[in-house]
Design a binder for this molecule. Structure first.
Ligand code: PAF
Length: 286
């Protein structure tokens, strides 16, 4: 596996693979990789002949009081995991390579509709930062396919919309969330948790499953289900950010006759913000 830092070297390596007739898949990441990322790369390697991963801690998607400076940078360990998972080329640009005109001088991509509400409301500018970085990566690599985790459900919806609205010929694949044995969704930010917080954290997924089971059983008083779960979260020491039931494709608030739902949660435990979600398909028995 080759590691390149410049757009020029990236393009040269991708062009070589293309000239050999290979299909290209991109897996964008911010590093500090875990088994969830490895699953994305392994899926990419199954589907295409040439897997490009990127590691870039994107300053544009962090708010002023967020963890940009402390976000773990673990390049050597990441390289090993990527290699083992079947990655062919790693792109690790620095901020100047990605944003040569500075952050303020960078043209931005704003995705309408699905960027609003949920994480878009709690993290102003976040999805504009994601959409800008991902658009640049797509243009730099020009992959046939790109793979993202479903843990960031709204992000995946933003990227699907971006590709559709800007006519980018890239197939977007969403890959299932990888969880610890106790149900906690794997996340680079889980490393911030103290042992006590880590022990409490699986409650988020448990309550998502409880809500899903109730909805599958016919309960349509969503406000009541949400309030009961929020109470459990608060009692366990979480500071709720949002907990909502949405229509799973459009992300608009769920109506009682919708059949494709997603329950999305964000909550703080200490200073760490965790997110998770669960898709509920009422056309399939739970
Ligand atoms: O999900 C992430 O790690 C990031 O938001 C992404 C997609 C790599 C864009 O910076």
């Amino acid at each position: 596996m080759k590691t390149v830092k410049s757009v020029r070297d990236l393009r040269a390596a991708v062009a070589e693979a293309r000239a050999e007739g290979k299909q290209i898949c991109l897996v964008p990441t911010m590093g500090n990789l875990h088994a969830g990322h490895a699953a994305l790369v392994a899926k990419a390697a199954q589907r295409t002949d040439f897997v490009v991963a990127s590691i870039f801690v994107n300053p544009l998607q962090f708010g002023p009081s967020e963890d940009l400076d402390t976000y773990p940078r673990t390049l050597l360990a990441d390289q090993e995991k990527l290699f083992e998972a079947g990655c062919n080329l790693l792109f690790t640009p620095d901020v100047e390579e990605m944003y040569p005109n500075g952050l303020d001088g960078q043209t931005r991509v704003r995705v309408a509709g699905v960027s609003e509400g949920l994480c878009g409301a709690s993290r102003p500018g976040h999805f504009e930062g994601v959409a800008t970085a991902v658009s640049k990566l797509f243009n730099m690599v020009q992959p046939d396919l790109a793979i993202f985790g479903q843990k960031d459900y709204q992000q995946l919806a933003v990227i699907r919309t971006l590709v559709r609205d800007l006519n980018m010929p890239i197939q977007i694949i969403g890959e299932q969330t990888v969880r610890a044995d106790d149900g906690l969704a794997l996340s680079s930010r889980n490393g911030y948790l103290t042992p006590e917080q880590r022990a409490a954290a699986p409650l988020l997924y448990r309550t998502l499953k409880e809500i899903a089971a109730a909805v599958q059983a016919g309960e349509r008083d969503y406000a009541k289900l949400i309030a009961a779960a929020q109470e459990q979260h608060s009692a366990a020491g979480f500071r709720p950010d949002y907990l909502e039931i949405r229509e799973s494709n459009s992300l608009r608030p769920a109506q009682t006759d919708d059949h494709q739902l997603v329950i999305l949660v964000a909550a703080f435990i200490g200073n760490t913000r965790l997110i998770d979600n669960l898709v509920v398909d009422l056309n399939t028995p739970g």
